[in-house]
Design a protein. Structure first.
Length: 324
């Protein structure tokens, strides 16, 4: 089979003749052929494409597949079904059926695959102490931040979204977000009112800006990964804002809730994916303009354009139907 690997620093390749299935299918598993897979630009660029060792690295964690085979213990799936999963950029996958979600009838795969990035901030939705109609601030309007702002707005929160890129702000406005700003320096109207700040850029300055706007006992949740130092700030500046505004500053780690439904647990990753697929299908969450489609054979172009920000969209989709 064919699979995308990062084979060297800033080098992506579609490799053929990667070993596929060498054993019989697991009894609780599903096998499928990939239709589309979605790039998570922050993780895939910083964790793989821009690194200097550990090659080759397989990448990707969001795809839509057509089921080709099911294990004998699998219930609810059959060959021909179209499913969403956390599979990577590979032509075929075998995954536990419990980790897969069937798409609603007629749903486009290139829309459904965004359920994965929606799940990142839906964990914060599950765990925050702020409830609608609380004021929410979202900073960083890449695909995760754009979707987070839409999700919290859909759920009844009063959302302000911010990104220094006017192009990304315009994308956010186009999906229906009413309060979108390129900077927060003069955001006096928000001071003392923000109950929840989702920081999706991984930027120290954005964390500080949010903490200074926070209502006392509000939460600042670091959804974006701080991959590298990006601002010349002293820890004192953030600590001062945290202490005097009684801010809860915490990680936005998406895996703090169970992956599967559990007794006495109110939320899970798989339930969030199912909800995400429903919202995408009904159109209450929009992904128009968030991704450019590439053939997997053009993976080098896709990653290079994401790195130098020459791509007109914040992320990319690999369409495996484009392969011969």
């Amino acid at each position: 089979m064919k699979q995308i690997f990062i084979t060297a620093h800033r080098q992506a390749e579609l490799l053929a003749d990667v070993p596929a299935f060498e054993k019989p299918i697991g009894t609780a598993n599903i096998r499928g052929r990939t239709i589309v897979s979605l790039v998570s630009p922050g993780t895939e660029l910083n964790f793989a494409f821009l690194t200097n060792d550990g090659f080759p690295k397989g990448v990707g964690y969001a795809c839509v597949q057509e089921v080709t085979e099911v294990g004998e213990a699998v219930v609810g799936f059959q060959p021909g079904d179209i499913i969403f999963s956390c599979g990577g950029h590979s032509e075929y996958h075998e995954l536990p059926a419990a980790q897969c979600c069937k798409l609603p009838e007629g749903m486009k795969p290139e829309v459904a695959v965004f359920a994965r990035l929606m799940g990142v901030s839906m964990t914060t939705l599950n765990t925050t102490t702020a409830h609608p109609p609380a004021k929410v601030l979202v900073t960083g309007l890449g695909p995760v931040g754009n979707l987070a702002a839409q999700i919290f707005s859909r759920c009844g929160y009063d959302v302000t979204a911010s990104d220094p890129s006017e192009a990304r702000c315009q994308m956010a406005r186009q999906v229906g977000l009413p309060d979108v700003r390129t900077q927060l320096a003069a955001a006096d109207d928000l001071k003392g009112k923000v109950c929840l700040h989702l920081e999706c850029a991984g930027h120290e300055r954005a964390v500080l800006d949010g903490c200074r706007l926070m209502r006392r006992k509000g939460e600042c949740v670091m959804v974006g990964v701080p991959w590298s130092k990006r601002a010349d700030l002293q820890a004192f500046d953030i600590l001062h804002a945290v202490f005097h505004n009684y801010v809860t500053l915490r990680s936005g780690w998406e895996w703090e809730i169970p992956r599967q439904e559990e007794m006495y647990k109110l939320h899970s990753i798989i339930e969030n994916y199912r909800a995400a697929l429903k919202w995408l299908h009904e159109g209450s969450i929009k992904v128009d303009g968030l991704a450019t489609s590439f053939s997997p054979a053009d993976c080098q172009e896709a990653y290079s354009k994401l790195e130098d920000q020459s791509l007109e969209t914040p992320t990319a989709i690999f369409d495996w139907r484009k392969l011969p």
